[in-house]
Design a protein. Structure first.
Length: 201
């Protein structure tokens, strides 16, 4: 009499099901990582935009309209809020449409301070590693190879920015070269009466 061996497909089905679960888990992990990367890239681009707007507004603060021919009333910037309404101006002089937050941390930017000039720039407080490490615009050349967002310093006195707006022929904004009436080329010009120098974003 022959013995008939019955084989069950239950074990095979379980193995297939487990394999599918593993594959789906891997795919979801990859998708999640890709999504986080997309979000970080967007926040990174927003950081560049907001940092540049803030830096340019600070540069304009140190290049105010002339009081008299050849004279400037540049004064230290003590508070970022003063960029929204110059307290020393008789008119409505705005240098920035609004105060921006750091999009990486969603907190206030950290001000970059100069002992004699006050606030000269802003930076992020994040120590997170940026995705972008190269191919920056000329005014941000000193961001190349930085390993933390906090190293991206939007400084109106930085060598890259000063070289960008002056062609490397003059000192930092607000410091006049001999025979010069001030630095030209700062985006937005000097303080904007009744408006702002930044771009809507």
């Amino acid at each position: 009499m022959k013995t008939v061996r019955l084989t069950s497909s239950g074990g095979f089905t379980l193995v297939v099901a487990m394999a599918i679960v593993v594959v789906m888990g891997v795919m979801m992990g990859v998708a999640s990582q890709s999504w986080r990367m997309i979000i970080q890239r967007e926040r990174e681009e927003e950081l560049l935009f907001r940092g540049v707007q803030s830096r340019d507004a600070i540069a304009r603060w140190y290049k105010p309209p002339p009081v008299q021919q050849g004279q400037f009333a540049a004064k230290p910037l003590r508070k970022m809020e003063d960029l929204l309404q110059d307290p020393g101006s008789a008119g409505t002089v705005k240098y920035l449409r609004k105060l921006y937050k750091d999009p990486i941390t969603n907190k206030e930017f950290v001000p970059i301070l100069d002992a004699s000039q006050g606030i000269v720039g802003v930076r992020s407080s994040s120590d997170k590693k940026p995705i972008k490490i190269g191919n920056f615009t000329e005014d941000l050349n000193d961001f190349k190879g930085k390993v933390k967002y906090s190293d991206w310093q939007f400084n109106s006195r930085s060598n890259a920015y000063v070289a960008f707006i002056t062609g490397g022929t003059q000192g930092p904004p607000g410091v006049q070269a001999p025979g010069s009436s001030g630095i030209s080329g700062i985006p937005g010009g000097s303080g904007i009466t009744g408006g702002s120098g930044d771009t809507t974003h």
